[in-house]
Design a protein around this ligand. Structure first.
Ligand SMILES: [Cu+2]
Length: 274
């Protein structure tokens, strides 16, 4: 079969698909109840999860490498390309940065939040050290044309692996001599949840400085597939609004700065009910 007749065949198939779709559409219109339900479903749908794919909405994360040596610092280079393979350079500023880069091992240990440097050719470079063996998920979190993206890939570190189970949910976590407490309303799948944190040292409240244009930064990942949730910070308090898309277990990585300029990371396990 020559190319033209192949294409013609393809066009016929497409036409049939469209005819089928049009028919399905008209059938739905005959049953208004179903049509309305579909429309509302789209509107009511919680924010889609991100961070499950290297490619999404026409943009692709291209890592220069997918392996690393255990404990050896290296420069990780990557770029974001569009559908024609062109390097994307026009990024929006989100949370005071044009690119956020999250690294976490698949068992949700070893969390790192990095800010890569943009090079003249449009590639990004960031110094990374992966101290333990295992498979690490890396997320490039950015916005282009006011459209948010979280593209992800894996980097593997060979070696003998000691994985850890996820810690049980706890109302407070100790980090760097600070106690961080999480006050949350019951987190329910599909509903907006408020996550409020407080920081104390020896029972006394600790002041929190600004970090990335808010009081803190929160990354929430779903256990199992490490789906990445978009979370809205509050400018004035360590408070975040998050919509957990499904029931299950999530890991929250809260980052905040104390007034001495030190950055702290406190991780919480969050159960989300149906
Ligand atoms: Cu960042």
């Amino acid at each position: 079969m020559n190319v033209v007749s192949k294409l013609a065949g393809f066009a016929v198939v497409l036409a049939l698909v469209f005819a089928g779709a049009a028919l399905a559409g008209s059938q739905l219109d005959v049953h208004p109840g179903r049509t309305v339900k579909l429309g509302m479903g789209a509107m009511d749908a919680p924010q889609p999860v991100r961070g499950l794919a290297v490619s999404e909405n026409g943009l692709t994360l291209e890592l220069a490498r997918r392996t690393a040596l255990q404990g050896s610092p290296f420069a990780l280079a990557f770029r974001i390309v569009d559908g024609r393979g062109q390097t994307v350079r026009d990024f929006d500023v989100e949370h005071t940065k044009r690119m956020h880069f999250i690294v976490v091992r698949r068992d949700m240990t070893g969390f790192q939040h990095l800010h890569p440097r943009e090079n003249a050719d449009g590639t990004w470079t960031v110094g990374v050290t992966l101290p333990e063996a295992g498979s690490y998920r890396v997320f490039a979190d950015f916005s282009v044309g006011r459209k948010p993206y979280t593209l992800a890939d894996d980097i593997v570190v060979d070696g003998s692996l000691r994985s850890r189970p996820l810690p049980a949910p706890a109302g407070a976590v100790d980090v760097d001599g600070l106690r961080v407490a999480l006050t949350e309303g019951a987190a329910k799948a599909g509903a907006e949840s408020e996550l409020t944190f407080s920081v104390t040292r020896a029972g006394r409240p600790v002041a929190v400085a600004d970090y990335l244009g808010a009081k803190g930064h929160l990354v929430a990942l779903r256990q199992g597939d490490l789906a990445f949730l978009h979370v809205h910070p509050d400018e004035n308090r360590l408070k975040f609004m998050a919509t957990f898309p499904t029931a299950g277990t999530y890991r929250l990585f809260l980052q905040f700065k104390t007034t001495d300029g030190r950055l702290h990371t406190a991780a919480f396990t969050q159960e989300v009910s149906r």
